[in-house]
Design a binder for this molecule. Structure first.
Ligand code: AKG
Ligand code: FE2
Length: 316
């Protein structure tokens, strides 16, 4: 059952101001309540999604020694391959039952950010892997910018408030492979309960099931979108910036029942980060007598570094 609200980006892009306004209200309310929506009419074509899955599956099918060539020390897991079991949810000791890849930002010439972002790691064995990944990256970034515009309006900010911070931001596209489960996982799960670090996450592949979201009443519910929908949720950076008005909801990926252990799972989240110098200080629009300021001032870069240490990807 699909328990998360579904919204249609075509409403936001429509010339009819009423449709646009309705989209803003619906997505804003959903993020105050459950923190997740399913989005239709994003900018990823079916062909691109299909090609990306093909490349991603081919990559994870490569021999482990080949994949390990692309696991590069000193990048805090921010680019290239991250091996099985390495990442764990904040506060949990068991590693998640997953291996993954990170594509990072390739900023436009005029953005003056070349020095700041490490280069992407190029997979020699698969000639289309990198360019297909980056094409999807750009379409997800474009989709995310519209979602952030809707949220800016909902909060009472100027519509384009996030544009500068999120375009050429430090976003990450993360294809994940959850391999078949071959032995009793002893406390480990495909993805332990966590909130995402970033502003918003756009997730492809949740239609295969396994993703669960923690509702305010403490109940875990399945979040299973239609095949053509992206699941989009608010992350900790946006929760913090909006002084808890928009919620970064805890979610997890559960292990399947034993008779389905043979089935691998693939999913592809896009973690939309701002530029590192964005201040995440609680917005004045979100502070009043009933909602006093909840967080210390911090930049996106500082917040990310703290969190990468807490989840096992960066060293102190
Ligand atoms: O695999 C999924 O469906 C979700 C993964 C996730 O929540 C994450 O990587 O942050
Ligand atoms: Fe997540």
């Amino acid at each position: 059952m699909n328990n998360i609200p579904s919204v249609n980006l075509a409403d936001f892009l429509s010339d009819d101001p009423k449709r646009k306004e309705k989209f803003v209200e619906k997505i804003g309310k959903a993020y105050e309540e459950i923190g997740f929506v399913a989005l239709k009419n994003h900018f990823l074509s079916d062909e691109l999604v299909e090609e990306l899955y093909k490349e991603v599956k081919n990559f994870f099918d490569l021999p482990l020694e080949t994949k390990q060539k692309y696991e590069i020390e000193g990048l805090a897991g921010q680019r290239g391959y991250i091996s099985f079991g390495k990442e764990h949810a904040k506060g949990k000791k068991e590693g998640d039952l997953k291996e993954f890849w990170h594509f990072g930002q390739e900023p436009s010439e005029d953005a003056d950010l070349k020095e700041e972002y490490p280069s992407n790691v190029q997979v020699e064995e698969l000639k289309d892997f990198n360019h297909v990944g980056m094409e999807a990256y750009r379409m997800l970034e474009k989709t995310g910018i519209y979602v952030l515009r809707a949220l800016a309006l909902y909060i009472g900010l100027e519509e384009h408030y996030f544009d500068h911070w999120a375009s050429n931001g430090n976003s990450i596209l993360r294809p994940i492979h959850y391999p078949p489960i071959t032995e009793e996982p002893k406390g480990a799960v495909r993805a332990g309960a966590h909130g995402d670090i970033n502003l918003i996450t756009l997730l492809m592949g949740a239609s295969t099931g396994g993703l669960q979201v923690l509702r305010k009443d403490g109940e875990w519910i399945d979040a299973i979108p239609q095949e053509d929908e992206l699941v989009i949720n608010v992350g900790d950076m946006l929760e913090r910036h909006t002084n808890n008005k928009l919620r970064s909801t805890i979610h997890r990926v559960i292990n399947p029942p034993k008779e389905e252990w043979d089935n691998p799972r693939y999913s592809i989240p896009f973690f939309m980060h701002p530029r590192s110098d964005m201040k995440l200080d609680c917005l004045e629009e979100c502070i009043d007598e009933d909602h006093p300021k909840q967080y210390e001032d911090i930049t996106a870069g500082e917040f990310l570094n703290q969190r990468l240490i807490e989840i096992g990807l960066a060293k102190k």
